[in-house]
Design a protein around this ligand. Sequence first.
Ligand SMILES: [Zn+2]
Length: 351
Amino acid sequence: MNKEKFIRGIPKADLHMHVEGAIEPEMAIALAQRNGVDLPYRSADELKAALDFQCLQSFLAVLKNLVSLLIHEQDFYEVTFNYLKKSSFQNVAYADLMFDPQAHMSRGVAFDTVIQGIHRAQQDAEKEFGIRSQLIMNFQRDASIESAEQALDEALRYRDRIVAVGLDNTELPQFYTLFTDLFRRARAAGFKLTSHCDVDEPTAVDHIRGCFNQLQVDRLDHGVNVLEDEQLMEQARSQQICFTACPTTDYITVKDPLSDPYVQRVSHAAKAMLEAGLCVTVNTDDPGIMGGRYINDILIDLDRLVTLSKAEIVQLMRNAFNSIWVNEQERQDYLTALENYAETYANHGEL
Ligand SMILES: [Zn+2]
């Protein structure tokens, strides 16, 4: 079996995707019409042209426009269901879905509306396609702590539907100091903890250290700058902290993702992390607005750039299934399916 086919068929988990980033351009235009929202783009092509991410800030500006389209429960349902359906067709057995309630509550959209729509999509997708998923609620690093506290209060009413809390949005300096108490409260309530540490942000290594030691995260989103610090790598290995790397790109460069400096940067980092024995995984981040690239596209391009052995591809998925927050029986079921697949196909027709 050739490697591309091997990648397409392998059982997968996607641990880092944002529901708000799963809005595809065509879907955005349809939602804008349906909800009467005035978007600065008149067609999917105009929107694709705007999705040229020079930096995190330009990306977040477009994202804000798109988030304004999500108003009704049905909107959240459709975006989530579309992602889960497409992912299940790419053999994703399990996905962690991130959502940002503050981005909606601040616009007057109720927490209940958001979570009901997403939850219904999770149930329907599991029933229809067998894909399992859980929710990670992210706090926004650049919003007020009061609004984060409010989101956490709401989340406690849905404790059984949310597995973890995380941090995303603009990476403020030493952001971890702002969230120490909130994370302590979330952990006491039984949530797992994760945080974004974006790639090559100023003082990235300090931020990773703060997330490890002050926030005591179970997982780190991106976090590839860990490679710059031997001690942090050792800590990550001994505490089995999982990193969710995302070699993603925008619509402008999607015709040749391999030439995108960010894709190159993260792909080489992911390979180095794998070789360093870190628990790294590869994920889609914002599949709808980042070139419409789902997990197979991401993995195939990763292989083209840094050449993975089949054993390394299996290891990436083993890392993912070992890092999800499920009961041991469910974990074993995923791992057994993965090992069976590897045994059957890894040694036939090696490239
Ligand atoms: Zn992200």
